[in-house]
Design a binder for this molecule. Structure first.
Ligand code: PMP
Length: 363
């Protein structure tokens, strides 16, 4: 009801408090200050070099962007040690997830999706009239590759893996991935979403980009929305076999990645010092939140992202509501059947402090 006052015409993207823009949250919650810890946004923001590069690109707003983003692709391919033909840019990772579905799925195809993972894999599967096949998680809520293998049929076209996984923060150990890929039929494309790649600090994690050159049917998805702080301008990329990349090029709109985003992403890649700063900030916030959860006796999963999955052992909606009353918005996970858990983004120092204070008041 609160949301409906601000949004009389609800869309699927504005039907929950956790999905509202900050300015609307202020109105709905009647607060001057709101901490939105539900979108896994980077609290740091881009560096001044990135902003400068984007400002410069504004002088050419009359021109179409480079359709394939050659300059940015050159930088990414150098960093990742791949060929440019194995790389394509997208209007955020979300766009790429849709494009993959549009390129490779037909009615009645099957798509294997872990039970607790990023929701857009399911949306894209439905978009194409394909059939989602859910694979249960391991007891520790990490992705269960064995359960996925068991669900492969002749109709399977795509498998979505999120590594590190949103919303659990778990990783798939590198040693498990290669063995898994060896078992996957070559006509099935395994999409590995590494949106949180740069945050992962588990020794067992490493990127799956290396499997592309080994000839496995793997397609890696990345984004500039998280560690690079460019969520607003929408830019991501994918790495896979050149034939897969080529097939997606035939489906995507010709100018799906805008010039401002391309300029910002290029400058952001060239400013790895800023990335280190973002990682350090996340690490610090992570430690503070772990300490809080330990103190209040809530179980959390060690995260490899910029968010923490926490099991409070009590009704999550109640905690959500109490936090919202204090101007803090987190994400409930009841859609996954998890009634006692929340996902909280690791915000800036002020946001973390507000969250810690609020939790101490609530419990
Ligand atoms: N994949 C995962 C796992 C995500 O969590 C997100 C963002 N929440 C995305 C993809 C989408 O990122 P983008 O902003 O690049 O569309």
């Amino acid at each position: 009801k609160l949301v409906r006052n601000v949004y009389p015409n609800l869309t699927p993207y504005t039907c929950q408090l956790a999905d509202l823009p900050i300015e609307d949250l202020k109105k709905v919650l009647n607060k001057d200050k709101v901490y939105k810890l539900s979108f896994n946004e980077s609290p740091l923001g881009p560096s001044s070099k990135v902003i400068e590069a984007m400002q410069k690109s504004l002088l050419e707003l009359n021109l179409y962007p480079d359709s394939t983003g050659e300059e940015l692709k050159e930088e990414i391919s150098r960093m990742e040690g791949i060929d440019k033909s194995q790389l394509l840019l997208s209007n955020g990772a979300d766009d790429l997830i849709v494009l993959l579905a549009q390129t490779f799925l037909e009615l009645e195809d099957e798509v294997i999706i872990p039970q607790i993972t990023f929701v857009q894999y399911l949306a894209s599967t439905h978009l194409m009239g394909a059939k989602p096949v859910f694979a249960p998680m391991k007891p520790d809520l990490s992705i269960d590759l064995k359960a996925i293998l068991e669900r492969i049929t002749e109709k399977t076209k795509l498998i979505f893996l999120c590594n590190p996984n949103n919303p659990t923060g778990t990783i798939i150990p590198d040693s498990e991935i290669e063995a898994f890929l060896q078992e996957v039929p070559s006509n099935v494309l395994v999409i590995i979403d590494e949106a949180y790649h740069e945050y992962a600090d588990s020794e067992e994690y490493s990127s799956s980009v290396k499997y592309v050159d080994k000839g496995f049917p793997v397609f890696v998805v990345r984004t500039f929305s998280k560690i690079y702080s460019l969520a607003a301008v929408r830019i991501g990329y994918g790495i896979g076999d050149a034939r897969v990349v080529d097939a997606i090029h035939h489906v995507r709109p010709p100018f799906n990645v805008n010039a401002v985003a391309q300029a910002g992403a290029l400058a952001a890649l060239r400013d790895q010092e800023h990335v280190e700063q973002a990682i350090a900030l996340n690490q610090k916030g992570k430690t503070q939140l772990y300490e809080l959860f330990t103190e209040v006796g809530w179980k959390y999963i060690n995260t490899n992202g910029n968010f923490i999955f926490v099991d409070m052992g009590r009704d999550s909606q109640e905690i959500f509501d109490s936090l919202a009353e204090r101007g803090i918005i987190v994400r409930t996970l009841t859609g996954y059947g998890l009634e006692h858990s929340l996902r909280v983004s690791i915000g800036d120092e002020e946001g973390i402090h507000a969250f810690i204070q609020a939790i101490k008041e609530i419990i």
